[in-house]
Design a protein around this ligand. Structure first.
Ligand code: FE2
Length: 615
């Protein structure tokens, strides 16, 4: 029995994971504990949680970091020398963080280990960590793997082959050529935040037309048939400045970077649509190449670009030599913690595979790998704030009450079981609502999330009913695929002419009912789908079933339990604070039900009073 702690930090989302004899025991992102979104610092709290789950650090045999700091420093040094003197300002900070902090992480990890584990501190390459996180927990005995992100040490794109207990990199594309950095540059140009706004850019794309796609392919990226590509670095700022783009980039698109507070005009929607089209084409060619090189019909994805569920969905639609796809739910850098630990478990310690390769289930346990809380903790948090609550120990009664509240139009905060690992809430830390409500999208965006009202919500659907609502044959347990709403459920056509030639006001389009489930249907009839079955998350499946019995509707709106700018809630205290501040009507937390309308006036008055930094 070998127990390994994996850690990712310093660049993007910090996280820790613990793997015992090849099986993932626990994993969590640091931001959930520190309440600082995308926290990248050494994940002290996440490590403490993971160690607690194995009964203490005495149980550890090895620790592993998700990248090789020496290789990263190599890249920073070479980049600085090649582009000097332009890099004079940026390189010192980059080198300092790489040299000082990475070595410091190694030392801190060494100190965690018990004496019997000696010096078992390991490093796994960044892209090998991603590739391992995509393959080992997948339900496949063999698969092709594509990793695409902003940047690792040198690699930005990797094609690899997974076979039972090995992952073998086959080809790589290196910095400064990077699909992730291209997408981030467009995110930046559209006035959205780099490293978090990419998901919003994907949501913006369907409002636009890809009229700049040829321009991007002609001038910014030389994308070849075999999936390889090169960027023209003259248009990007990230090599020698803090900005993702430069004046040449703005000149090429004929518009300045959008002021983050300014309205989004049609030009930016079209640029978003164009970048999305290019990324979809690039991922298509990479995946096609990977399937050929690995001689497989199974595909595994990881890296930040793999969170682009629209591009993922297109792969299934377009690739005739693809039978099955599996995408690591923590595809961003947080997932490197699990990947590094799994790679070490297999390459150094001969661990067994724990994914259900024989019976088709993956090894992520629904990605429900974070902290869980018992009734005593929950009740203490409710009492501490003086909330009025009901304890309902019968789960059937509890589910029926929540389902009934959903039918009545209440917005539910659901907090139950272990927290999700990865950026999406999958039911256990979720805000739920009835998707049939005509104004659901703008209503919930304004009332709960305080976020941009043009952003659509994701649907969660009972897996065995998914094909009745959506054009899909594939499970999407982690909300990482899109599918179109079935034609017979669609309503009307969006009047694009009026929208594009008129005011360009997204709200006019948004208020049109596009299907019988308006709140989850995007303007192009797509939906970011999550499927739930009884094995993946039994308690959530039972609640969904209770709602289905009442309504005949197997779908709910599922959005993460947080407000804009705040990480997803982790503890009962976080959930209570969010319930009080946001327009949540009913908090369904463990065995408890907490109705907003039953709360004392001084609590109800606090709704909407807390301010968060825009994300
Ligand atoms: Fe990465």
């Amino acid at each position: 029995m070998t127990t390994i702690l994996g850690v990712s930090c310093l660049y993007h989302d910090a996280a820790a994971a613990v793997v015992r004899d090849g099986e993932i025991v626990a994993a969590a992102q640091e931001e959930r504990f520190t309440r600082k979104k995308h926290d990248r610092r050494y994940p002290e709290a996440a490590i403490a949680y993971c160690i607690d789950q194995i009964g203490g650090a005495e149980a550890l045999d090895a620790v592993v970091f998700y990248e090789d700091p020496v290789l990263s420093l190599d890249r920073i040094l070479k980049n600085a020398i090649e582009l000097a003197p332009a890099t004079g300002k940026t390189w010192a900070a980059a080198a300092r963080s790489q040299l000082g902090q990475s070595l410091n992480v190694a030392e801190r990890l060494r100190q965690i280990l018990p004496p019997r584990a000696g010096d078992n501190v390991f490093f796994v390459d960044h892209h090998l960590s991603h590739a391992a996180s995509a393959f080992y927990p997948s339900p496949f005995r063999e698969a092709a793997i594509v990793v695409a992100d902003g940047i690792g040490e040198w690699a930005s794109t990797t094609i690899a082959a997974g076979n039972d207990r090995t992952v073998t990199p086959l080809r790589q594309i290196h910095y400064p050529h990077s699909l992730g950095l291209l997408y981030s540059a467009v995110t930046y140009h559209c006035g959205l935040k780099v490293n978090s706004g990419e998901y919003k850019l994907m949501g913006l794309a369907p409002y636009g037309e890809p009229r700049y796609a040829d321009l991007i392919l002609d001038r910014l990226v030389d994308l070849r048939e075999d999936g390889s590509y090169r960027l023209d670095t003259a248009f990007f700022g990230y090599l020698d400045s803090e900005a993702a783009t430069n004046a040449a980039f703005e000149e090429l698109f004929g518009c300045k970077r959008r002021d983050p507070e300014a309205p989004i005009t049609i030009d930016y929607m079209d640029i978003a649509a164009s970048a999305q089209a290019v990324v979809e084409e690039a991922m298509f060619r990479l995946a096609r190449r990977a399937l050929r090189d690995a001689e497989s019909r199974n595909l595994c994805l990881a890296g930040g670009v793999a969170l682009n569920c629209v591009a993922n969905g297109r792969l299934l639609q377009r690739l005739s030599n693809l039978d099955h796809i599996w995408i690591q739910p923590a595809s961003g850098d947080a997932g490197g913690a699990v990947g590094a630990a799994l790679e070490l478990a297999h390459s150094q310690f001969g661990a067994a595979r724990h994914a259900g390769v024989e019976h088709g289930r993956d090894g992520m346990r629904g990605s429900l790998l974070g902290p869980a809380f018992g009734s005593a903790d929950i009740e203490a948090a409710l009492k501490a704030k003086g909330l009025v609550y009901h304890r309902v120990e019968s789960r059937a009664t509890h589910d029926e009450a929540v389902a009934q509240a959903l039918v009545e139009g209440l917005i539910i905060g659901r907090f139950d079981g272990p927290m999700e690992y990865g950026p999406r809430a999958l039911g256990n830390r979720s805000i739920l609502a009835d998707p049939r409500r005509p104004d659901g999208q703008s209503y919930i965006n304004q009332r709960i999330k305080f976020r941009e009202s043009w952003r659509p919500f994701a649907p969660v659907v009972l897996a065995d009913k998914a094909a009745e609502i959506f054009e899909t044959e594939h499970d999407s347990p982690y909300m990482l695929l899109i599918a179109d709403v079935r034609p017979e459920l669609r309503r009307g056509e969006v009047d694009w002419h009026a929208f594009r030639d008129g005011t360009g006001d997204m709200m006019s389009v948004l208020n049109e009912e596009r299907s019988t489930l308006p709140a989850i249907t995007h303007v192009d009839y797509s939906a970011r789908l999550q499927t739930v079955d009884a094995e993946g998350n039994p308690a959530f499946h039972r609640l969904m079933t209770a709602f289905y019995r009442l309504t005949g509707c197997p779908v709910l709106i599922n959005t993460s339990f947080n407000v804009r700018g705040e990480p997803i809630v982790c503890t009962p205290e976080d959930a209570v604070a969010c319930f009080i501040n946001a327009g949540i009507d009913l908090l369904a937390i463990g065995d408890f039900l907490v109705f907003k309308h039953e709360q004392p006036e001084e609590i109800r008055r606090l709704e909407g009073t807390m301010q968060y930094e825009p994300d």
